[in-house]
Design a protein around this ligand. Structure first.
Ligand code: GDP
Ligand code: MG
Length: 370
């Protein structure tokens, strides 16, 4: 529909119609609750009230979890989700490996490390931490562009023997734009040319004042190669997480974000999902982007089958009817008919986009490869 009554719009937004009328009045429009407003005005109102804009005609079909807020007394502490960023060759991958090696839960249960896009570490001292295994700001920015703000804390890696480099600065800008707290890991302190103090001074030029310079951004000197101070870095993350008071309701139907997905020869479509809230269980019916499905199996980052996955837990999900994209929303729904309806609707939107998409510019093609 090209227009909608104020009353109907208010209902869909979960706001009082009178508040919408007041807001319209302030925009210079005299409208009563039973009068129509056009699509543009409706969108303006939706934004004005701080909701996500969704074409009003979509609201009947697609899922909008933004209105669905869990009551305070259902919330329980959850692990932080951490992304590692920094210049190429400064040690992002090495650091992720070193941190993975500090997982005490891994050794006990004897699983084999699986690279599924994210993993969870339980340090010797402290609480579990979830890491996104796809370092680099491309993944970070792309996820954010798709509305998936899943990172709670960013680790900025700077090699002590190289200092701030262009991609370090880019990473800083992305972290600032996302308003995500940062911890600086000054890496490669084992090298002969290491100068951690120089790194701290260079960071000042970007208004990052680390604790060693009496600021409030935690900085930790590490060596990913020698596995020095990995425990200290994990402690710093735990401390930052405590300050953030991260919570989620584990006792509800799950929703989360697709971290990566692929078509596996033997297993069919497989997606790694990071659960945002609720607990995902084998047998749950869900929709992931344009794919409907029913959980056939859940596999953790050590290749072990698990029965369920709670908040901030990354799991591989088997049982999808198609391959979603990274950043897609994953939501458990009440039944298969509903899952199919939403999946089909999203697919039709994608098809429409595909046929109307502008030809790629040379520039954007190079961007994609970068
Ligand atoms: P990325 O591009 O940021 O993922 O960096 P990598 O983890 O691939 O590391 C780049 C290079 O630096 C590799 O040759 C690593 O072995 C080396 N490297 C990483 N961390 C350290 C460290 O703490 N000390 C030393 N000496 N070398 C390191
Ligand atoms: Mg790497």
């Amino acid at each position: 529909p090209e227009s909608i009554t104020v009353a109907e719009l208010a209902k869909r937004m979960g706001e009082k119609a009178a508040d919408l009328v007041k807001s319209l009045f302030n925009m210079g429009m005299m409208v009563t609750v039973n009068q129509n407003v056009d699509q543009d005005t409706a969108e303006l109102l939706v934004t004005e009230f701080g909701h996500n804009v969704q074409r009003v005609s979509d609201a009947d079909v697609d899922i909008d979890t933004s209105e669905d807020v869990d009551p305070e007394d259902t919330l329980k502490a959850r692990p932080p989700v951490v992304t590692i960023m920094g210049h190429v060759d400064h040690g992002k991958t090495s650091l992720l490996d070193a941190i993975r090696g500090a997982d005490v839960a891994a050794g006990e249960a004897g699983g084999i490390t699986q690279h599924i896009g994210a993993y969870q570490v339980t340090p010797k001292k402290g609480d579990p931490v979830t890491f996104l295994d796809t370092p680099g700001h491309e993944a970070f920015t792309e996820m954010r562009a798709r509305g998936a703000n899943i990172t709670d804390i960013a680790i900025l890696v700077v090699a002590a023997d190289d200092g701030l480099k262009p991609q370090t600065v880019e990473a800083i800008n992305h972290i600032k734009a996302a308003e995500v707290p940062m911890i600086v890991a000054i890496n490669k302190i084992d090298t002969a040319g290491a100068n951690a103090q120089k790194v701290r001074e260079e960071l000042l030029q970007h208004e990052i004042i680390v604790e060693a310079m009496s600021g409030d951004v935690q900085d930790v000197e590490v060596s990913a190669k020698e596995k020095t101070n990995i425990d200290k870095l994990l402690e710093a993350i735990n401390l930052q997480a405590e300050l953030l008071e991260l919570k989620a309701n584990p006792d509800r139907d799950a929703d989360g974000t697709v971290i990566e997905a692929k078509l596996d020869k033997g297993r069919g479509p497989v997606a790694t999902v990071l659960i945002k809230r609720g607990t995902l269980k084998v047998g749950d019916t869900f929709v992931a982007g344009p794919a409907a499905g029913k959980v056939r199996a859940l596999i953790d980052d050590h290749g072990r089958r698990v029965k369920e996955a709670g908040p901030a837990f990354p799991v591989e999900v088997l049982g999808l009817g198609g391959v979603p994209s990274a950043g897609d929303q994953f939501t458990v729904v009440e039944n298969e008919a509903r899952a199919r309806e939403v999946a089909e609707y999203r697919q039709s939107v994608l098809d429409k986009k595909r046929t109307t998409a502008a030809p790629m510019s040379l520039e954007s093609m190079f961007d994609k490869k970068g």
